[in-house]
Design a binder for this molecule. Structure first.
Ligand SMILES: Nc1ncnc2c1ncn2[C@@H]1O[C@H](COP(=O)(O)OP(=O)(O)OP(=O)(O)O)[C@@H](O)[C@H]1O
Length: 595
Protein backbone atom coordinates (compact mmCIF):
# COMPACT_ATOMS: atom_id res chain seq x y z
CA UNK A 1 0.00 0.00 0.00
CA UNK A 2 1.26 3.47 -0.81
CA UNK A 3 0.94 6.43 1.50
CA UNK A 4 0.37 9.71 -0.27
CA UNK A 5 1.94 12.17 2.14
CA UNK A 6 1.37 15.85 1.73
CA UNK A 7 4.18 17.47 3.61
CA UNK A 8 4.46 21.01 4.91
CA UNK A 9 7.90 22.50 4.28
CA UNK A 10 8.47 23.73 7.78
CA UNK A 11 8.24 20.48 9.70
CA UNK A 12 11.69 18.98 9.43
CA UNK A 13 10.90 15.70 11.04
CA UNK A 14 8.07 14.96 8.70
CA UNK A 15 10.39 14.91 5.70
CA UNK A 16 12.03 11.89 7.27
CA UNK A 17 8.65 10.25 7.30
CA UNK A 18 8.92 9.94 3.50
CA UNK A 19 12.07 7.92 3.83
CA UNK A 20 10.10 5.58 6.04
CA UNK A 21 7.71 4.59 3.28
CA UNK A 22 9.79 2.16 1.21
CA UNK A 23 10.80 0.21 4.30
CA UNK A 24 7.20 -0.79 4.85
CA UNK A 25 7.26 -3.12 1.91
CA UNK A 26 9.09 -5.94 3.75
CA UNK A 27 7.47 -9.33 3.79
CA UNK A 28 5.69 -10.30 6.97
CA UNK A 29 7.05 -13.85 7.43
CA UNK A 30 10.74 -12.97 7.21
CA UNK A 31 10.81 -11.34 10.69
CA UNK A 32 9.23 -14.51 12.13
CA UNK A 33 12.18 -16.60 10.91
CA UNK A 34 14.64 -13.91 11.92
CA UNK A 35 13.25 -13.53 15.44
CA UNK A 36 13.29 -17.31 15.99
CA UNK A 37 16.86 -17.47 14.77
CA UNK A 38 17.81 -14.63 17.16
CA UNK A 39 16.03 -16.37 20.07
CA UNK A 40 18.06 -19.53 19.47
CA UNK A 41 21.43 -17.95 18.78
CA UNK A 42 21.17 -14.65 20.75
CA UNK A 43 22.72 -13.02 17.70
CA UNK A 44 21.23 -10.47 15.35
CA UNK A 45 20.74 -11.90 11.86
CA UNK A 46 23.25 -10.47 9.42
CA UNK A 47 21.15 -10.92 6.31
CA UNK A 48 19.67 -7.58 5.45
CA UNK A 49 16.84 -9.25 3.57
CA UNK A 50 15.55 -11.04 6.70
CA UNK A 51 14.48 -7.91 8.49
CA UNK A 52 14.59 -4.20 7.79
CA UNK A 53 17.88 -2.56 8.80
CA UNK A 54 16.12 -0.47 11.46
CA UNK A 55 14.78 -3.67 13.01
CA UNK A 56 18.16 -5.44 13.11
CA UNK A 57 19.85 -2.30 14.47
CA UNK A 58 17.30 -1.96 17.24
CA UNK A 59 17.60 -5.67 18.09
CA UNK A 60 21.37 -5.19 18.35
CA UNK A 61 20.85 -2.34 20.83
CA UNK A 62 18.44 -4.51 22.85
CA UNK A 63 20.91 -7.40 23.03
CA UNK A 64 24.16 -5.52 23.43
CA UNK A 65 23.44 -2.06 24.87
CA UNK A 66 20.47 -2.76 27.12
CA UNK A 67 21.13 -6.50 27.52
CA UNK A 68 17.42 -7.26 27.55
CA UNK A 69 16.41 -10.88 28.01
CA UNK A 70 14.35 -12.36 25.20
CA UNK A 71 10.98 -13.94 25.82
CA UNK A 72 7.96 -12.75 27.75
CA UNK A 73 9.99 -10.69 30.10
CA UNK A 74 10.09 -6.95 30.39
CA UNK A 75 11.84 -4.91 33.00
CA UNK A 76 8.71 -4.54 35.07
CA UNK A 77 10.60 -2.84 37.88
CA UNK A 78 11.49 0.01 35.51
CA UNK A 79 7.97 0.57 34.33
CA UNK A 80 7.03 3.12 36.92
CA UNK A 81 8.57 6.37 37.96
CA UNK A 82 9.18 6.64 41.64
CA UNK A 83 10.04 10.34 41.98
CA UNK A 84 7.36 13.03 41.47
CA UNK A 85 6.85 12.79 37.71
CA UNK A 86 4.98 16.09 37.33
CA UNK A 87 8.09 18.07 38.15
CA UNK A 88 10.10 16.44 35.42
CA UNK A 89 7.77 16.93 32.48
CA UNK A 90 9.01 19.54 30.03
CA UNK A 91 6.78 22.55 29.31
CA UNK A 92 6.69 21.59 25.63
CA UNK A 93 5.44 18.09 26.37
CA UNK A 94 2.90 19.64 28.71
CA UNK A 95 1.50 21.98 26.06
CA UNK A 96 1.38 19.23 23.42
CA UNK A 97 -0.48 17.12 25.94
CA UNK A 98 -2.93 20.02 26.44
CA UNK A 99 -3.46 20.28 22.69
CA UNK A 100 -4.09 16.54 22.40
CA UNK A 101 -6.70 16.77 25.14
CA UNK A 102 -8.53 19.40 23.08
CA UNK A 103 -8.30 17.22 20.01
CA UNK A 104 -9.08 13.98 21.79
CA UNK A 105 -12.85 13.92 21.58
CA UNK A 106 -12.68 14.34 17.81
CA UNK A 107 -10.73 11.10 17.45
CA UNK A 108 -12.37 8.97 20.09
CA UNK A 109 -14.87 7.30 17.77
CA UNK A 110 -12.26 6.61 15.12
CA UNK A 111 -9.83 5.13 17.65
CA UNK A 112 -12.51 2.98 19.18
CA UNK A 113 -13.78 1.68 15.85
CA UNK A 114 -10.26 0.98 14.62
CA UNK A 115 -9.20 -0.68 17.89
CA UNK A 116 -6.28 1.72 18.19
CA UNK A 117 -4.75 3.39 21.24
CA UNK A 118 -3.09 6.77 20.93
CA UNK A 119 -0.39 7.55 23.44
CA UNK A 120 1.77 10.55 24.20
CA UNK A 121 5.11 10.14 25.93
CA UNK A 122 7.84 12.57 26.81
CA UNK A 123 11.38 12.37 25.40
CA UNK A 124 12.27 9.71 27.97
CA UNK A 125 9.36 7.55 26.88
CA UNK A 126 7.24 8.19 29.98
CA UNK A 127 3.55 7.90 29.25
CA UNK A 128 1.77 11.24 29.65
CA UNK A 129 -1.55 10.62 28.04
CA UNK A 130 -3.70 7.93 26.46
CA UNK A 131 -6.59 8.52 24.06
CA UNK A 132 -9.16 5.92 23.17
CA UNK A 133 -10.24 2.97 25.26
CA UNK A 134 -7.72 0.28 26.00
CA UNK A 135 -8.84 -2.58 23.78
CA UNK A 136 -6.08 -4.95 24.93
CA UNK A 137 -6.94 -7.06 27.94
CA UNK A 138 -3.56 -8.54 28.94
CA UNK A 139 -2.22 -7.46 32.37
CA UNK A 140 1.02 -6.46 30.70
CA UNK A 141 -0.72 -4.04 28.33
CA UNK A 142 -2.98 -2.76 31.10
CA UNK A 143 0.03 -1.86 33.21
CA UNK A 144 1.67 -0.16 30.22
CA UNK A 145 -1.27 2.19 29.97
CA UNK A 146 -0.79 3.57 33.42
CA UNK A 147 0.45 7.11 33.60
CA UNK A 148 4.24 7.41 33.62
CA UNK A 149 4.86 3.80 32.63
CA UNK A 150 7.98 3.69 30.48
CA UNK A 151 7.95 2.97 26.78
CA UNK A 152 11.64 3.57 26.18
CA UNK A 153 13.63 1.11 24.09
CA UNK A 154 15.85 0.25 27.07
CA UNK A 155 12.81 -0.98 29.01
CA UNK A 156 10.42 -2.39 26.41
CA UNK A 157 12.81 -3.25 23.63
CA UNK A 158 12.23 -1.76 20.19
CA UNK A 159 8.73 -0.32 19.80
CA UNK A 160 7.39 2.52 17.66
CA UNK A 161 7.30 5.01 20.52
CA UNK A 162 10.53 4.22 22.39
CA UNK A 163 12.56 3.77 19.22
CA UNK A 164 11.18 7.00 17.69
CA UNK A 165 12.41 8.77 20.84
CA UNK A 166 15.76 6.99 20.61
CA UNK A 167 16.36 7.73 16.91
CA UNK A 168 14.50 11.07 16.69
CA UNK A 169 12.62 9.87 13.63
CA UNK A 170 9.21 8.39 12.87
CA UNK A 171 9.26 4.61 12.97
CA UNK A 172 6.92 1.62 13.10
CA UNK A 173 7.27 -2.03 14.10
CA UNK A 174 4.94 -4.82 13.35
CA UNK A 175 4.46 -8.20 15.08
CA UNK A 176 7.68 -10.16 15.40
CA UNK A 177 9.78 -7.19 14.47
CA UNK A 178 9.45 -6.31 18.18
CA UNK A 179 12.26 -7.66 20.32
CA UNK A 180 9.96 -8.37 23.24
CA UNK A 181 7.59 -11.26 22.52
CA UNK A 182 4.85 -9.61 24.60
CA UNK A 183 4.64 -6.99 21.88
CA UNK A 184 4.40 -9.53 19.05
CA UNK A 185 0.60 -9.30 18.74
CA UNK A 186 0.83 -5.55 18.13
CA UNK A 187 1.83 -2.89 15.66
CA UNK A 188 3.46 0.15 17.27
CA UNK A 189 4.05 3.42 15.50
CA UNK A 190 5.84 6.50 16.88
CA UNK A 191 6.35 10.02 15.70
CA UNK A 192 8.66 12.41 17.53
CA UNK A 193 7.86 16.13 17.70
CA UNK A 194 11.06 18.17 17.71
CA UNK A 195 11.56 21.69 18.97
CA UNK A 196 13.58 24.31 17.12
CA UNK A 197 16.81 23.03 18.72
CA UNK A 198 16.14 19.53 17.43
CA UNK A 199 15.34 18.20 20.89
CA UNK A 200 12.38 15.93 21.35
CA UNK A 201 9.40 17.70 22.91
CA UNK A 202 7.23 14.60 22.96
CA UNK A 203 6.47 11.42 21.05
CA UNK A 204 3.03 10.53 19.75
CA UNK A 205 2.37 6.87 19.20
CA UNK A 206 -0.32 4.45 18.09
CA UNK A 207 -0.76 0.84 19.13
CA UNK A 208 -3.00 -1.58 17.33
CA UNK A 209 -3.42 -5.34 17.40
CA UNK A 210 -4.19 -5.45 13.69
CA UNK A 211 -0.87 -6.23 12.14
CA UNK A 212 -1.76 -5.38 8.57
CA UNK A 213 -2.52 -1.78 9.55
CA UNK A 214 1.04 -0.44 9.79
CA UNK A 215 0.78 1.79 6.73
CA UNK A 216 -2.61 3.26 7.59
CA UNK A 217 -1.59 3.79 11.21
CA UNK A 218 1.47 5.61 10.08
CA UNK A 219 -0.52 7.77 7.63
CA UNK A 220 -3.04 8.62 10.35
CA UNK A 221 -0.29 9.50 12.79
CA UNK A 222 1.43 11.62 10.21
CA UNK A 223 -1.76 13.59 9.56
CA UNK A 224 -2.30 14.04 13.27
CA UNK A 225 1.19 15.46 13.68
CA UNK A 226 0.70 17.83 10.76
CA UNK A 227 -2.52 18.95 12.42
CA UNK A 228 -0.78 19.52 15.74
CA UNK A 229 1.84 21.53 13.97
CA UNK A 230 -0.54 23.69 12.05
CA UNK A 231 -3.88 23.92 13.79
CA UNK A 232 -3.57 26.55 16.43
CA UNK A 233 -6.99 27.28 17.81
CA UNK A 234 -6.88 23.85 19.42
CA UNK A 235 -5.63 25.14 22.70
CA UNK A 236 -7.47 27.70 24.76
CA UNK A 237 -4.40 28.83 26.65
CA UNK A 238 -3.08 31.98 24.99
CA UNK A 239 0.42 31.42 26.26
CA UNK A 240 0.56 27.83 25.09
CA UNK A 241 -0.96 28.92 21.78
CA UNK A 242 1.68 31.56 21.25
CA UNK A 243 4.41 29.05 22.04
CA UNK A 244 3.17 26.62 19.42
CA UNK A 245 2.52 29.42 16.99
CA UNK A 246 6.11 30.48 17.04
CA UNK A 247 6.95 27.27 15.22
CA UNK A 248 4.52 27.83 12.37
CA UNK A 249 5.39 30.77 10.18
CA UNK A 250 3.05 32.02 7.47
CA UNK A 251 5.78 32.12 4.91
CA UNK A 252 6.52 35.28 3.06
CA UNK A 253 6.90 34.41 -0.60
CA UNK A 254 10.47 34.51 -1.93
CA UNK A 255 9.47 37.31 -4.22
CA UNK A 256 6.45 39.02 -2.68
CA UNK A 257 4.37 41.28 -4.92
CA UNK A 258 5.36 44.92 -4.97
CA UNK A 259 3.17 47.61 -3.42
CA UNK A 260 0.87 48.35 -6.35
CA UNK A 261 1.07 45.02 -8.12
CA UNK A 262 -2.32 43.51 -9.01
CA UNK A 263 -3.64 40.18 -7.91
CA UNK A 264 -4.16 38.56 -11.29
CA UNK A 265 -6.24 35.44 -11.68
CA UNK A 266 -7.64 33.48 -14.61
CA UNK A 267 -11.03 35.04 -13.93
CA UNK A 268 -9.65 38.57 -14.04
CA UNK A 269 -7.45 37.87 -17.07
CA UNK A 270 -10.51 36.62 -18.96
CA UNK A 271 -12.45 39.79 -18.14
CA UNK A 272 -9.55 42.00 -19.23
CA UNK A 273 -9.26 40.04 -22.48
CA UNK A 274 -12.98 40.60 -23.12
CA UNK A 275 -12.58 44.32 -22.43
CA UNK A 276 -9.64 44.54 -24.84
CA UNK A 277 -11.75 42.99 -27.62
CA UNK A 278 -14.44 45.59 -27.00
CA UNK A 279 -11.79 48.31 -27.09
CA UNK A 280 -10.54 47.07 -30.45
CA UNK A 281 -13.97 48.00 -31.81
CA UNK A 282 -14.31 51.13 -29.69
CA UNK A 283 -17.45 49.83 -28.03
CA UNK A 284 -18.38 51.85 -24.93
CA UNK A 285 -18.11 49.76 -21.78
CA UNK A 286 -20.07 49.90 -18.57
CA UNK A 287 -18.28 48.38 -15.60
CA UNK A 288 -20.56 47.44 -12.73
CA UNK A 289 -19.95 46.07 -9.27
CA UNK A 290 -20.19 46.91 -5.58
CA UNK A 291 -18.04 49.62 -4.12
CA UNK A 292 -14.41 48.55 -3.66
CA UNK A 293 -14.49 45.55 -6.04
CA UNK A 294 -11.79 47.11 -8.18
CA UNK A 295 -13.62 48.86 -11.05
CA UNK A 296 -11.12 51.69 -11.14
CA UNK A 297 -8.27 49.19 -10.86
CA UNK A 298 -9.77 47.19 -13.72
CA UNK A 299 -9.80 50.20 -16.03
CA UNK A 300 -6.08 50.61 -15.43
CA UNK A 301 -5.51 46.96 -16.27
CA UNK A 302 -7.50 47.19 -19.47
CA UNK A 303 -5.71 50.35 -20.51
CA UNK A 304 -2.33 48.65 -20.14
CA UNK A 305 -3.48 45.56 -22.00
CA UNK A 306 -5.33 47.26 -24.85
CA UNK A 307 -4.54 49.12 -28.09
CA UNK A 308 -4.53 52.50 -26.32
CA UNK A 309 -1.91 51.58 -23.75
CA UNK A 310 0.47 54.39 -24.77
CA UNK A 311 -2.29 56.99 -24.82
CA UNK A 312 -3.80 58.97 -21.95
CA UNK A 313 -6.34 57.60 -19.49
CA UNK A 314 -8.40 60.50 -18.16
CA UNK A 315 -10.84 59.97 -15.31
CA UNK A 316 -13.84 62.08 -14.41
CA UNK A 317 -15.65 61.61 -11.13
CA UNK A 318 -19.16 62.33 -12.33
CA UNK A 319 -20.57 62.60 -8.80
CA UNK A 320 -18.39 65.54 -7.87
CA UNK A 321 -18.45 68.05 -10.75
CA UNK A 322 -20.23 71.24 -9.59
CA UNK A 323 -23.08 72.31 -11.83
CA UNK A 324 -21.33 75.56 -12.86
CA UNK A 325 -18.15 73.82 -13.94
CA UNK A 326 -19.58 71.01 -16.04
CA UNK A 327 -18.87 72.60 -19.41
CA UNK A 328 -15.44 73.99 -18.56
CA UNK A 329 -14.33 70.73 -16.94
CA UNK A 330 -15.43 68.58 -19.86
CA UNK A 331 -14.69 70.86 -22.80
CA UNK A 332 -12.14 73.33 -21.44
CA UNK A 333 -12.16 77.02 -22.26
CA UNK A 334 -10.42 79.39 -24.64
CA UNK A 335 -7.93 82.04 -23.49
CA UNK A 336 -9.73 85.23 -22.48
CA UNK A 337 -13.02 83.52 -21.62
CA UNK A 338 -12.64 84.36 -17.95
CA UNK A 339 -11.01 87.19 -16.07
CA UNK A 340 -8.03 86.69 -13.75
CA UNK A 341 -5.85 83.65 -13.34
CA UNK A 342 -7.90 81.44 -15.64
CA UNK A 343 -7.43 83.81 -18.52
CA UNK A 344 -4.83 81.60 -20.21
CA UNK A 345 -7.28 78.92 -21.30
CA UNK A 346 -7.36 75.23 -20.40
CA UNK A 347 -8.09 72.00 -22.25
CA UNK A 348 -11.05 69.99 -21.02
CA UNK A 349 -11.12 66.27 -20.16
CA UNK A 350 -12.39 65.26 -23.59
CA UNK A 351 -9.49 66.91 -25.35
CA UNK A 352 -6.99 65.51 -22.84
CA UNK A 353 -8.35 62.03 -23.48
CA UNK A 354 -8.05 62.31 -27.28
CA UNK A 355 -6.73 58.97 -28.75
CA UNK A 356 -6.94 57.48 -25.28
CA UNK A 357 -9.61 56.44 -22.76
CA UNK A 358 -12.11 58.65 -20.96
CA UNK A 359 -13.17 56.98 -17.74
CA UNK A 360 -16.49 58.22 -16.41
CA UNK A 361 -16.54 57.05 -12.78
CA UNK A 362 -19.63 56.97 -10.54
CA UNK A 363 -22.03 57.70 -13.38
CA UNK A 364 -24.95 56.55 -11.24
CA UNK A 365 -24.60 59.69 -9.14
CA UNK A 366 -24.37 62.35 -11.85
CA UNK A 367 -26.74 65.25 -12.10
CA UNK A 368 -29.34 65.46 -14.87
CA UNK A 369 -27.51 68.52 -16.26
CA UNK A 370 -24.32 66.58 -16.66
CA UNK A 371 -26.27 63.71 -18.20
CA UNK A 372 -27.63 65.90 -21.00
CA UNK A 373 -24.26 67.58 -21.64
CA UNK A 374 -22.56 64.19 -21.89
CA UNK A 375 -25.22 62.75 -24.11
CA UNK A 376 -24.76 65.59 -26.54
CA UNK A 377 -21.03 65.09 -26.95
CA UNK A 378 -21.21 61.29 -26.98
CA UNK A 379 -23.59 61.38 -29.94
CA UNK A 380 -21.26 63.41 -32.13
CA UNK A 381 -17.80 63.09 -30.50
CA UNK A 382 -17.68 66.86 -30.98
CA UNK A 383 -17.69 69.73 -28.50
CA UNK A 384 -16.94 73.42 -28.40
CA UNK A 385 -14.78 74.78 -25.57
CA UNK A 386 -16.24 77.56 -23.42
CA UNK A 387 -15.63 80.88 -25.18
CA UNK A 388 -14.66 79.08 -28.37
CA UNK A 389 -16.34 79.12 -31.72
CA UNK A 390 -15.04 76.05 -33.58
CA UNK A 391 -16.17 72.54 -32.61
CA UNK A 392 -13.40 70.02 -31.87
CA UNK A 393 -13.67 66.36 -32.83
CA UNK A 394 -11.95 63.77 -30.64
CA UNK A 395 -11.30 60.03 -30.71
CA UNK A 396 -11.98 58.64 -27.24
CA UNK A 397 -12.82 55.23 -25.87
CA UNK A 398 -15.57 55.68 -23.30
CA UNK A 399 -15.48 53.49 -20.21
CA UNK A 400 -18.05 54.17 -17.49
CA UNK A 401 -18.37 52.64 -14.04
CA UNK A 402 -21.04 52.54 -11.39
CA UNK A 403 -21.85 50.74 -8.16
CA UNK A 404 -25.56 51.58 -8.25
CA UNK A 405 -28.14 49.48 -10.15
CA UNK A 406 -28.43 51.80 -13.13
CA UNK A 407 -31.59 50.28 -14.61
CA UNK A 408 -33.42 50.96 -11.36
CA UNK A 409 -32.28 54.59 -11.61
CA UNK A 410 -33.57 54.63 -15.21
CA UNK A 411 -36.96 53.24 -14.12
CA UNK A 412 -37.11 55.79 -11.31
CA UNK A 413 -36.38 58.61 -13.76
CA UNK A 414 -33.06 59.53 -12.13
CA UNK A 415 -30.98 58.43 -15.11
CA UNK A 416 -31.66 59.12 -18.76
CA UNK A 417 -32.53 55.95 -20.65
CA UNK A 418 -30.91 57.22 -23.89
CA UNK A 419 -27.65 57.92 -22.04
CA UNK A 420 -27.82 54.50 -20.40
CA UNK A 421 -27.88 52.77 -23.79
CA UNK A 422 -25.21 55.09 -25.16
CA UNK A 423 -22.80 54.17 -22.33
CA UNK A 424 -23.76 50.54 -22.08
CA UNK A 425 -22.34 49.20 -25.35
CA UNK A 426 -21.29 46.15 -23.34
CA UNK A 427 -21.33 45.46 -19.66
CA UNK A 428 -18.55 43.99 -17.55
CA UNK A 429 -19.58 42.93 -14.07
CA UNK A 430 -16.98 42.55 -11.32
CA UNK A 431 -18.46 40.24 -8.65
CA UNK A 432 -18.12 41.04 -4.95
CA UNK A 433 -15.04 39.59 -3.25
CA UNK A 434 -17.07 37.04 -1.25
CA UNK A 435 -18.38 35.50 -4.49
CA UNK A 436 -15.16 35.53 -6.47
CA UNK A 437 -13.51 32.27 -7.50
CA UNK A 438 -10.15 33.95 -7.00
CA UNK A 439 -10.98 35.26 -3.49
CA UNK A 440 -8.27 33.26 -1.71
CA UNK A 441 -5.67 34.28 -4.26
CA UNK A 442 -6.54 37.96 -3.74
CA UNK A 443 -6.37 37.63 0.06
CA UNK A 444 -2.98 35.95 -0.04
CA UNK A 445 -1.67 38.42 -2.59
CA UNK A 446 -2.65 41.42 -0.47
CA UNK A 447 -1.25 39.76 2.69
CA UNK A 448 2.07 39.07 1.02
CA UNK A 449 2.13 42.56 -0.47
CA UNK A 450 1.52 44.31 2.85
CA UNK A 451 3.85 42.04 4.83
CA UNK A 452 6.63 42.81 2.39
CA UNK A 453 6.28 46.45 3.41
CA UNK A 454 7.33 45.80 6.99
CA UNK A 455 10.93 46.44 8.07
CA UNK A 456 11.75 42.76 8.68
CA UNK A 457 9.12 40.80 6.77
CA UNK A 458 10.92 37.44 6.92
CA UNK A 459 10.62 37.44 10.72
CA UNK A 460 6.84 37.82 10.68
CA UNK A 461 4.66 34.81 11.39
CA UNK A 462 0.89 34.76 11.09
CA UNK A 463 -1.32 32.45 13.03
CA UNK A 464 -3.28 30.31 10.54
CA UNK A 465 -6.49 31.12 12.42
CA UNK A 466 -6.01 34.77 11.37
CA UNK A 467 -5.95 33.65 7.75
CA UNK A 468 -9.01 31.46 8.31
CA UNK A 469 -10.96 34.37 9.80
CA UNK A 470 -9.95 36.63 6.93
CA UNK A 471 -11.04 33.98 4.45
CA UNK A 472 -14.43 33.61 6.14
CA UNK A 473 -15.27 37.30 6.34
CA UNK A 474 -18.12 38.50 4.06
CA UNK A 475 -16.13 41.60 2.98
CA UNK A 476 -19.00 44.02 2.29
CA UNK A 477 -16.38 46.67 1.48
CA UNK A 478 -14.65 44.24 -0.90
CA UNK A 479 -10.96 44.57 -1.84
CA UNK A 480 -10.72 48.10 -0.41
CA UNK A 481 -11.88 46.86 2.99
CA UNK A 482 -9.60 43.82 2.75
CA UNK A 483 -6.59 46.07 2.17
CA UNK A 484 -7.55 48.32 5.10
CA UNK A 485 -8.05 45.41 7.50
CA UNK A 486 -4.80 43.73 6.52
CA UNK A 487 -2.90 46.99 6.86
CA UNK A 488 -4.44 47.73 10.26
CA UNK A 489 -3.57 44.21 11.38
CA UNK A 490 -0.01 43.83 10.18
CA UNK A 491 1.13 47.38 10.90
CA UNK A 492 -0.14 47.47 14.47
CA UNK A 493 0.74 43.90 15.51
CA UNK A 494 3.89 42.95 17.39
CA UNK A 495 7.23 42.59 15.65
CA UNK A 496 7.12 38.90 14.94
CA UNK A 497 3.79 37.30 15.58
CA UNK A 498 0.30 38.15 14.29
CA UNK A 499 -2.54 36.49 16.14
CA UNK A 500 -6.27 36.95 15.81
CA UNK A 501 -6.21 39.39 18.71
CA UNK A 502 -4.45 41.76 16.30
CA UNK A 503 -7.47 41.86 13.99
CA UNK A 504 -9.48 45.09 14.20
CA UNK A 505 -12.48 44.87 16.51
CA UNK A 506 -14.98 46.03 13.86
CA UNK A 507 -13.73 43.27 11.56
CA UNK A 508 -14.38 40.66 14.25
CA UNK A 509 -17.80 42.11 15.04
CA UNK A 510 -18.79 42.10 11.38
CA UNK A 511 -17.59 38.51 11.02
CA UNK A 512 -19.46 37.46 14.15
CA UNK A 513 -22.74 38.45 12.49
CA UNK A 514 -22.30 35.79 9.83
CA UNK A 515 -20.22 33.21 11.75
CA UNK A 516 -21.53 33.28 15.34
CA UNK A 517 -19.17 30.50 16.55
CA UNK A 518 -16.22 32.67 15.64
CA UNK A 519 -17.76 35.45 17.65
CA UNK A 520 -17.49 33.25 20.74
CA UNK A 521 -13.89 32.33 20.14
CA UNK A 522 -12.72 35.71 19.07
CA UNK A 523 -14.49 37.92 21.56
CA UNK A 524 -15.65 35.93 24.54
CA UNK A 525 -12.18 34.70 25.29
CA UNK A 526 -10.88 38.19 25.74
CA UNK A 527 -11.02 38.92 29.44
CA UNK A 528 -12.90 42.17 30.12
CA UNK A 529 -10.01 43.51 32.16
CA UNK A 530 -7.65 42.92 29.26
CA UNK A 531 -9.88 44.75 26.80
CA UNK A 532 -9.67 47.83 28.94
CA UNK A 533 -5.86 47.86 28.51
CA UNK A 534 -6.31 49.68 25.24
CA UNK A 535 -9.97 50.55 24.77
CA UNK A 536 -11.29 50.15 21.28
CA UNK A 537 -8.45 47.90 20.13
CA UNK A 538 -8.32 44.11 19.91
CA UNK A 539 -5.63 42.50 22.05
CA UNK A 540 -2.21 41.90 20.63
CA UNK A 541 -0.12 38.87 21.43
CA UNK A 542 1.83 40.98 23.86
CA UNK A 543 -1.40 41.91 25.67
CA UNK A 544 -2.20 38.25 25.94
CA UNK A 545 1.21 37.45 27.27
CA UNK A 546 1.00 40.21 29.85
CA UNK A 547 -2.49 39.09 30.81
CA UNK A 548 -1.39 35.47 31.23
CA UNK A 549 1.64 36.38 33.31
CA UNK A 550 -0.29 38.77 35.57
CA UNK A 551 -3.09 36.27 36.09
CA UNK A 552 -0.67 33.50 36.93
CA UNK A 553 1.37 35.62 39.33
CA UNK A 554 -1.78 36.82 41.05
CA UNK A 555 -3.07 33.27 41.32
CA UNK A 556 0.19 32.01 42.82
CA UNK A 557 0.57 34.98 45.18
CA UNK A 558 3.85 35.93 43.50
CA UNK A 559 5.44 32.46 43.72
CA UNK A 560 7.69 32.58 40.64
CA UNK A 561 8.39 28.85 40.41
CA UNK A 562 4.72 27.97 40.60
CA UNK A 563 3.68 30.73 38.18
CA UNK A 564 6.38 29.66 35.69
CA UNK A 565 5.25 26.06 35.94
CA UNK A 566 1.61 26.98 35.34
CA UNK A 567 2.59 29.08 32.35
CA UNK A 568 4.74 26.30 30.93
CA UNK A 569 7.93 28.37 30.86
CA UNK A 570 11.18 28.30 32.85
CA UNK A 571 11.75 30.54 35.87
CA UNK A 572 14.49 32.44 34.00
CA UNK A 573 12.12 33.19 31.11
CA UNK A 574 9.46 34.34 33.53
CA UNK A 575 11.94 36.62 35.34
CA UNK A 576 12.94 38.10 31.98
CA UNK A 577 9.32 38.76 31.02
CA UNK A 578 8.48 40.24 34.44
CA UNK A 579 11.32 42.67 34.00
CA UNK A 580 10.34 43.50 30.43
CA UNK A 581 6.74 44.26 31.42
CA UNK A 582 7.87 46.21 34.51
CA UNK A 583 5.96 43.88 36.82
CA UNK A 584 8.82 43.49 39.29
CA UNK A 585 7.60 46.39 41.41
CA UNK A 586 4.23 44.80 42.16
CA UNK A 587 3.57 42.94 45.39
CA UNK A 588 1.52 40.01 44.14
CA UNK A 589 0.64 38.82 47.61
CA UNK A 590 -1.35 42.03 48.15
CA UNK A 591 -2.83 41.75 44.67
CA UNK A 592 -4.01 38.20 45.19
CA UNK A 593 -5.63 39.17 48.50
CA UNK A 594 -7.33 42.13 46.86
CA UNK A 595 -8.56 39.69 44.17
N1 LIG B 1 -6.85 42.72 -8.55
C1 LIG B 1 -6.42 43.59 -7.62
N2 LIG B 1 -5.18 43.44 -7.10
C2 LIG B 1 -4.74 44.26 -6.15
N3 LIG B 1 -5.44 45.30 -5.66
C3 LIG B 1 -6.67 45.51 -6.16
C4 LIG B 1 -7.24 44.66 -7.16
N4 LIG B 1 -8.47 45.12 -7.44
C5 LIG B 1 -8.67 46.19 -6.67
N5 LIG B 1 -7.59 46.43 -5.91
C6 LIG B 1 -7.45 47.51 -4.93
O1 LIG B 1 -8.66 47.62 -4.20
C7 LIG B 1 -8.95 48.97 -3.88
C8 LIG B 1 -10.34 49.33 -4.36
O2 LIG B 1 -10.36 49.24 -5.77
P1 LIG B 1 -11.10 50.33 -6.69
O3 LIG B 1 -10.93 51.71 -6.15
O4 LIG B 1 -10.68 50.06 -8.08
O5 LIG B 1 -12.60 49.87 -6.44
P2 LIG B 1 -13.94 50.46 -7.09
O6 LIG B 1 -14.77 49.31 -7.45
O7 LIG B 1 -13.57 51.42 -8.18
O8 LIG B 1 -14.54 51.23 -5.84
P3 LIG B 1 -15.66 52.40 -5.85
O9 LIG B 1 -16.90 51.85 -6.50
O10 LIG B 1 -15.89 52.69 -4.41
O11 LIG B 1 -15.07 53.53 -6.61
C9 LIG B 1 -7.86 49.79 -4.53
O12 LIG B 1 -6.86 50.09 -3.57
C10 LIG B 1 -7.30 48.86 -5.58
O13 LIG B 1 -5.94 49.15 -5.86
Amino acid sequence: MDIALHLPHNVKIIKEACAFKPTLEFEVDRPIQAWRWMAQTRCVPDHADWVRPEVSESWRRCLEDYQLPLGNYARWDHLRFISDPELLISPDAQSISEMLSHLGHQFDVFLKEAGVMLVLTDAEGRLLQVLGENPFASPFMLSLYEKHSRWSEAVLGNNGIGTAAQLKKPIAFQGMEHFLSLLHPFTTVGYPLLDQHNNISAVIGLISDRQESMNSLFAFLHLLCVLLNTNLPLTQSPVAQARVLEKIPFKLAKKPPSQHESAISEQLTALVAKAVKLQNHKIPMLITGESGVGKDHFVNLLKNAGPRKNQPLIAINCASIPHDLIESELFGYEAGSFTGARNAGKPGKFLLADKGILFLDEIGDMSLDLQSTLLRVLETSEFTPVGGSKPIKVDVQIVAATNVPLLEAVEAGRFRRDLYYRLNGAQIHLPPLRERDDKLGIIHHILQRELANLPNPQAIRICPSVITLIEQHPWPGNIRQLINVIRATVYTAGDTLITRQDLPLDFVEELAKVVPAIDNIALDNIPPYALSVVPGRAMTLEDWELYGIKASLRECGGNISLAAKNLGITRTTLYRKIERFGLDKIDWREHSQAG
